[in-house]
Design a protein around this ligand. Structure first.
Ligand code: NAP
Length: 281
């Protein structure tokens, strides 16, 4: 059947959908929330920082309103925030039980994005508390939140899990042992899930970004902005909006289409350690 005349790339399929986003208080999660709102979806935001979540909620409301008549009457535009600590299993349980009425049992998409990195120390010199912090957030918390929502999605035989992995989950680099281990775990978990759900209508996507300029490197260098900035010297990194576009693209495909994986780099990056730094930044 020909689809001549149909729009080449539409996000209209997201109108009225319910999207839950972890790590929505900044960076990639924040950009994704705003782009989903622009597309006419309803968003539930989760992270630890309440004030930052409130700012994102208001940015989402503005983004939805700015679309005006394009998405009027689509039952979208609703927002809610749930303060969640991904290191605390009970707190993660609250993400499901504290959903507003309009999202209870109606979540269409989970964006499993909360995560962090600490330091560049080599094995032998890594702070054990930071090992716990990274693994509890990026692996244990990630697995727990996915389990909760997969269980929900199975009841309805519908839904979409989007995991934010990393190039660090495909290629390990020196000084990245713990973070890389955590993102290899994300890739393995997501790959198993994809296969487990093959006989359902539930979709699974893993997005694997390269260098994205967010608060990520500031966290890595424990608040040292100057050191974080050096990470991007001589090249133009991805922006969180670039990754949000990739996420929204994957989620707005027709129901029978599953974007299983997406590896996305800045133009001057080809792996964690193959970068061309003669660029513009
Ligand atoms: N930036 C990159 O270069 C890059 C590349 C590949 C993959 N990624 C991945 O992309 C995801 C988002 O990172 P980003 O770049 O957007 O970094 P970011 O700006 O630092 O955002 C990280 C988000 O995770 C949340 N978070 C961290 N620890 C948490 C916890 N214990 N409980 C709940 N939420 C927590 C933070 O919220 P609160 O602090 O408010 O809790 C924040 O919203 C991560 O999984 C990261 O590994 C990033």
């Amino acid at each position: 059947m020909t689809s001549a005349g149909a729009p080449i790339f539409t996000t209209s399929r997201l109108q009225g959908k319910v999207v839950v986003i972890t790590g929505a208080s900044g960076g990639i999660g924040r950009s994704a929330a705003i782009l989903f709102a622009r597309a006419g979806a309803n968003v539930v935001l989760s992270a630890r920082r309440k004030d930052a979540l409130e700012e994102v909620e208001s940015a989402c409301k503005q983004a939805y309103k700015a679309q005006g008549e394009q998405i009027a009457g689509t039952k979208g535009g609703k927002t809610a925030s749930i303060v969640t600590d991904m290191r605390d299993r009970k707190s993660i349980d609250g993400l499901l039980t504290n959903l507003p009425d309009w999202a209870q049992g109606k979540t269409d998409i989970l964006i499993s994005n909360a995560g962090l990195v600490r330091g560049r120390e080599h094995v032998g010199d890594i702070n054990p508390d930071e090992i716990d912090e990274v693994l509890e957030t990026n692996v244990r918390g990630f697995i727990h939140v996915n389990q909760l929502f997969v269980k929900e999605f199975k009841k309805r035989n519908a839904g979409h899990i989007v995991a934010i992995g990393s190039i660090a989950g495909r290629e390990a680099y020196p000084g990245g042992s713990i973070y890389c281990a955590s993102k290899f775990a994300v890739a393995a978990f997501t790959s198993s899930l994809l296969k487990e759900l093959v006989n359902t209508q539930i979709r699974v996507t893993e997005i694997q970004p390269g260098m994205v300029e967010t608060n990520f490197s500031v966290t890595r260098f424990r608040g040292d902005q100057a050191q974080a900035d050096k990470e991007y010297t001589g090249l133009t990194p991805l922006t969180p909006d670039d990754i949000a576009e990739d996420i929204v693209f994957a989620c707005s495909r027709p129901d029978h289409v599953q974007v299983a994986q997406s590896l996305i780099f800045p133009v001057n990056q080809a792996s964690p350690y193959h970068n061309f730094r003669g660029g513009s930044k």
